[in-house]
Design a protein around this ligand. Structure first.
Ligand code: ADP
Ligand code: MG
Length: 350
């Protein structure tokens, strides 16, 4: 877990906007060859490799909609805000190279809070070897808003879109699913316990993996490297931010194919299985509809199966079909159930 530090409170107005930007970004070092000019000029300047495609993606995170500072420490928030963007770059089978970070903050946030936010951003930049090259800073009359843009590159013959899956391709997922959602359940329960009894010491020992999945998710840069090493080119790819069902539907819709997903193949960590029992939740439902696992979901040609077979990070969970066959879950009892998108939707009522 990441730790927040001291409790001193320095007002943002003491530093001023320029002082603040300087203060928050001075610890960042440029590592990518392609970063010609980073933070400090009117715009960042990047050099291009004419043989590579550029990939650009943005995510906007709003307090009260996407995160709750009640159980999300700011350092974790900064880390996660970067990770969700890198995950989108990796989902194109690309390498991430630079990010920009824009924030809107109310003056209830002291400088120390923003330091914690940028510590998390800094840690993600270091671990994933991406450069922070710019951003924007403004005030907010309500909560905290943070927007991250990530830039990456990929050669034309490696780029993976959502629309390339073919009938009979295998559906593959990295890592395991449903951990982040169950981590959130644990954290929400502990928050309620704390509200009733602030002296209660939460015992989270049995859930460390789940809480880590929620508070400190990782993006699968390692899987992009692995696929290249295995000489496997995904025919289509997406990252799992909203839950398996809606991501499968995105791939199927874009690729104009159907899909059979096998319930008994869905990879679940033992902590997920235990927590689901405790909360009386069905682990398949959570894998299908829970979100924020940031694993990669992709399809490969059946000819590539021998290259990924036996790899503990890669699980074949189904196969694509003719579009007329639709999208189905084949249950453990061998029943065929149509899959509906039940992932997170910011605009749906809670
Ligand atoms: P401008 O007035 O041209 O928008 P700014 O004063 O906002 O310039 O920004 C100065 C420099 O600091 C630019 O390089 C900008 O990208 C960078 N920057 C501004 N805000 C942030 C931030 N929150 N995080 C990282 N870099 C920032
Ligand atoms: Mg600006």
């Amino acid at each position: 877990m990441l730790e927040d530090k001291n409790h001193t409170r320095t007002s943002i107005s003491e530093l001023g906007e320029f002082g603040l930007i300087d203060h928050l970004t001075k610890q960042f070092r440029v590592e990518q060859k392609s970063t010609v000019m980073g933070v400090g000029d009117d715009a960042a300047v990047l050099s291009g490799n004419s043989k590579k495609l550029k990939v650009v993606t943005t995510d906007l995170l709003v307090e009260g909609v996407h995160f709750d500072l009640g159980y999300m420490p700011l350092k974790h928030l900064g880390y996660k805000a970067v990770i969700v963007n890198l995950s989108d770059v990796y989902a194109m089978n690309a390498e991430a190279t630079q990010i920009t970070t824009s924030i809107a903050v109310s003056n209830r946030f002291p400088v120390e809070a923003l330091e914690a936010l940028y510590e998390g951003i800094h840690l993600a930049c270091q671990l994933y070897k991406v450069d922070l090259v710019g951003g924007d800073t403004t005030s907010s009359t309500s909560g905290l808003i943070i927007s991250v843009t990530a830039i990456g590159e990929v050669s034309e013959d490696r780029v993976a879109y959502r629309n390339g899956a073919k009938n009979n391709d295998l559906l593959v997922v990295t890592g395991d699913l449903a951990g982040a959602y169950m981590g959130l359940q644990i954290l929400e329960r502990e928050k309620q316990v704390f509200q009733v009894n602030p002296n209660a010491q939460p015992d989270l020992e049995a859930y460390t993996y789940l809480i880590e999945r929620q508070l400190k998710p990782e993006a699968r840069k390692d899987m992009v490297t692995l696929l290249r090493e295995l000489e496997v080119k995904p025919t289509s790819m997406i990252d799992i931010s909203d839950g398996l069902s809606s991501e499968i539907m995105h791939l199927c819709k874009a690729s104009k194919v159907g899909c059979n997903l096998y319930e008994d193949k869905i990879p679940l960590d033992p902590q997920v299985i235990n927590a689901c029992e405790e909360f009386n939740l069905d682990s398949t439902t959570i894998a299908l509809s829970g979100g924020e696992d940031y694993e990669l979901l992709f399809t490969i040609s059946g000819d590539d199966y021998s290259k990924i077979k036996g790899n503990p990070n890669l699980t074949v969970i189904g196969h694509m079909t003719a579009p007329s066959e639709g999208i189905h879950l084949i249950t453990r009892g061998n029943t065929k159930i149509p899959i509906k998108a039940r992932g997170w939707n910011s605009f749906s009522e809670k």
